[in-house]
Structure formats: C-alpha cells, structure tokens
Design a protein around this ligand. Structure first.
Ligand code: NAD
Length: 420
C-alpha cells in the first residue's frame, strides 16, 4: 500500500524487481515484456444503495497478472487508497508467491476504493454483491479465485460465493477461498500463514546458526500471522518469545512470555500492553532487539535504510508483506542476516487457500492433520529450493525466491508457446 504522501508507485517497484531478476537470468525481449505486463484488467464503476436511500458510485478493479501456470489467485482489498497500480503490483507479487511454492496458479488481485469503517454491514453486503456481479464475467474456479485481503474477511467471501452461485443457479464453493468451514472452507486456513512461517524458520535455522530450542524471538504485530507464528515457535520448537507488539506498542520479558497468555490478555483488554510481568517496548525498539529471530508481522516498510544497520537478529522472517525496503535488503545481506522473504515466509496462507479450492472442486474434505502435513511438505520443499539458488548464485533469499518463481513462470510461457 502506498505510504503517507507516497511518491513511490508500487507497480514501478514491482516492474523494477522483475528487471533485476530478468537481468540475472538473461531473460530479454518479448518474454521480459510479458513478465512486466498485467494480462487482463477490469475496472468497474457501480452504484450502491446506501442505508439512507441515496446512491453512491464506487470504483473497483480486478487484475489477472499472469495465468501461464493456471487460474489467477489473489485477495480483494477494501481501502480508500486502492489504485489500479497498487492492484497491479499486488497481482504481480501474487504471481511470484504462487510460483515460489509451486502452486498451479497465476497471480491476481482486486480492490474497491471505499472506506469500510464508514459503511454499515448492510451497505458492505450490497457493495460486495454488486462488485461480485461486476467482476463475475472474469472470475470462477477455473479462471480467477479471489480471497480475503485488507478489510475483507470470510463474511465478504461468503457473500461473493453466494452471489456468484445465484448467477449460476448452483453452489460454486470453489469461486473464492477463505470461506467459513460451513461453506466449504478448509480446516487449518486460519492459522496457515503463521504455521507456514514457523516451518520456514525451522528449516532456515541451521543455515543461520540458530538453535531453535531456547532461541529468542521478537514479533512485531501480534495479530493473526504474528500470534500463530509465536505460539508455534514456542509450543513446537521450544523457542523463547521475548517481545511482542501491536499497533499500541510492545512488551518484553527476557525470561520469555507465554504467547497463549499474552493472547488471552489481548482478547480481554484489546492490546498486549499491560501484560503482567513485562516491560514496555516501542514498535521501533522491538525491531532492533538482540534476538535470534525477528518476525515483522504488521505493516510494510518497517525495516528501511535508516534502521537496517541496527537490526541485530540472525533471522528476519517476513510474516508481513513488504516489511523490508530494497535498500534495507542490501544492508541486511551485507550484515549476513538471513532474511526469509515475504513471498516465501507468508505463503502458507495461499497454500492452504489452494488446498481449500482443491477440496471444494473435489467435494472431498481433509482432516486438519492432513492439511498441516501437506502444508509442511510444500513449505519445506520451497525453502530448500530457494536456499539452494541463494547458495549457488551467492544472492540473498529474496532474489533467490524471485529467481525460482520467475523461472517457473518463464518455463510455462515457453512450453505453452505464443498463440497463435
Ligand atoms: P492482523 O490484523 O490480524 O494483525 C496485524 C497486527 O499488527 C495487529 O495485532 C495490529 O495491532 C498490529 N499492528 C498494526 N499496526 C502496527 C504497528 N504500527 N506496529 C506494530 N504492530 C502493528 O493482520 P494479519 O492477517 O496478521 O496480517 C499481518 C501481515 O501479514 C500483513 O502484512 C498481511 O499482508 C500479512 N499476511 C497475512 C496473511 C494471513 O493469512 N493472515 C497472509 C499473507 C500475508
């Protein structure tokens, strides 16, 4: 998302990243142009009836960035600052994320320019259903499968699934993922991002000289992705969670925090602040703590050229999307800090979304242990593939992840050939 007073165009950033990897892989000409161009874009302007009887026109987009490897996959965002270029960038990143974990998907993304905090539940439902009808010609289980993103959730997905099904005349659960279990959602989807992240950290630890049993961990952003990562590192790998934070600030205890009790405190009071026996720590300080593992799980642009020199963690595992800026990446690499890039570290979410879709189209649902085992297999293999490229090419993990992903998309483009 663009920052305050943003001059950085996210799609320009996305295109530059593609150029860097294309230079490295010597991909030129038409293939490079395909990689840098969104395949299909739809912008819709549609009226929604407000609760007071008036009508307002909203603008929405759906971008299908690249579908060489399969149907496009990606969330729908409701935010006042949604722009077509932001949606294009997010759709490009989804293309690489799906490819790096080897899902049979391309990447897509959608967005509606609106402020959901100023819409009632009934207005949100009408907006969602109308947007679903507007984009219906280009979505579907075989074409493009939306999911939740910023300010959309399982209720939003249920409305889209219902609207699309009404248009078809039969239930089509596979048109979206991130649905409630009662509507064809998957076991394990809720904790998939954090679980995937914990597997990737476990795999990277030996290469980064970290012993996970007793390792110190700081988590910025104790929300869905951050709290699940913390709980699993604590419960399954014996790590010590020494600091966590949320939008109001953070807490630290060098002796270790019980993430389950911190979560209960947050549910009760609305924040991690005030947790008994812990000292306060700011959201800036938490990033610079001397810990084995730092998990940025909140916002983008948290580690920049300004503070990268002060990062002391051995592993930075990006549960959040885009927490590290490109210039900070170079500083962390020079400091020999192992960065587990977002498109790999938080791909557990889209992986279980893929499992949800696969279960929906088969009409056959898997128990939780099967979902988790399959997720573990995907994440372990993806980490291994990225690590191998990083070592062979002497590049950092983010470049390596892009190399793996873009090479896979290029392979698909090549074998398919150019039509006609
Ligand atoms: P969430 O809303 O559940 O949690 C976000 C947490 O960050 C909250 O605890 C919030 O208080 C905290 N926060 C907000 N502003 C902060 C600040 N300035 N400093 C510190 N903490 C702050 O959201 P989430 O689903 O856990 O998503 C977090 C990140 O993970 C996002 O970047 C998201 O794109 C990414 N991600 C999530 C998923 C998923 O499946 N949930 C998948 C892929 C990527």
């Amino acid at each position: 998302m663009p920052g305050e007073g943003a001059v950085i165009n996210p799609f320009e950033t996305a295109r530059k990243q593609i150029d860097i990897v294309c230079d490295l892989l010597k991909i030129n000409g038409g293939t490079r142009e395909i990689l840098k161009s969104p395949k299909r874009e739809l912008t819709v302007n549609f009226p929604v009836r407000m609760d007071d009887g008036s009508y307002k026109v909203f603008q929405g987009h759906r971008v299908q960035y690249n579908m060489a490897r399969g149907p496009t996959k990606g969330g729908i965002r409701y935010h006042p600052q949604v722009t077509l270029d932001e949606v294009r960038a997010l759709a490009a990143w989804m293309t690489w994320k799906c490819a790096v974990v080897n899902l049979p998907y391309g990447g897509g993304k959608g967005g509606v320019v609106c402020d959901p905090k100023h819409l009632s539940q009934t207005e949100l439902e009408r907006l969602t259903r109308r947007y679903a009808v507007e984009i219906a010609p280009i979505i579907g289980p075989e074409m493009d499968i939306p999911a939740p993103d910023v300010y959309t959730d399982s209720q939003t997905m249920s409305w889209i699934m219902d609207t699309y099904s009404m248009m078809k005349g039969f239930s089509v659960p596979g048109v979206v993922t991130g649905k409630p279990i009662s509507l064809g959602g998957s076991e394990g989807r809720g904790e998939a991002t954090g679980r995937g992240c914990s597997y990737v950290i476990r795999e990277a630890a030996p290469h980064a000289g970290v012993q996970m049993k007793g390792a110190s961990v700081a988590v910025q952003g104790f929300g869905n992705a951050g709290s699940v990562t913390a709980k699993l590192l604590h419960d399954e790998q014996g790590a010590k969670i020494v600091a966590v934070s949320d939008s109001r600030g953070g807490i630290t205890n060098p002796a270790g925090l019980d993430p389950h009790k911190v979560e209960a405190h947050k549910v009760k009071t609305g924040s991690v602040l005030g947790y008994p026996g812990a000292k306060p720590v700011s959201n800036t300080e938490i990033l610079e703590m001397k810990v084995d593992v730092l998990v940025p799980a909140a916002l983008e642009n948290q580690i920049t050229a300004k503070n990268a020199g002060k990062i002391q963690a051995k592993i930075v595992a990006e549960a959040a999307n885009g927490p590290t800026t490109p210039d900070a990446d170079d500083i962390l690499f020079a400091k020999k800090i192992t960065v587990l890039p977002d498109i790999l570290a938080n791909a557990g979410g889209v992986t279980v979304s893929y499992f949800e879709w696969a279960q929906d189209i088969q009409g056959f649902f898997w128990p939780l242990d099967e979902v988790n085992q399959r997720l573990e297999r995907v994440m372990v293999r993806a980490y291994g593939e990225v690590h191998k490229v990083a070592v062979e090419r002497k590049v950092h993990n983010r470049t390596a992840a892009y190399v793996v992903a873009i090479q896979r998309v290029v392979d698909a483009i090549k074998v398919r050939g150019i039509f006609p």
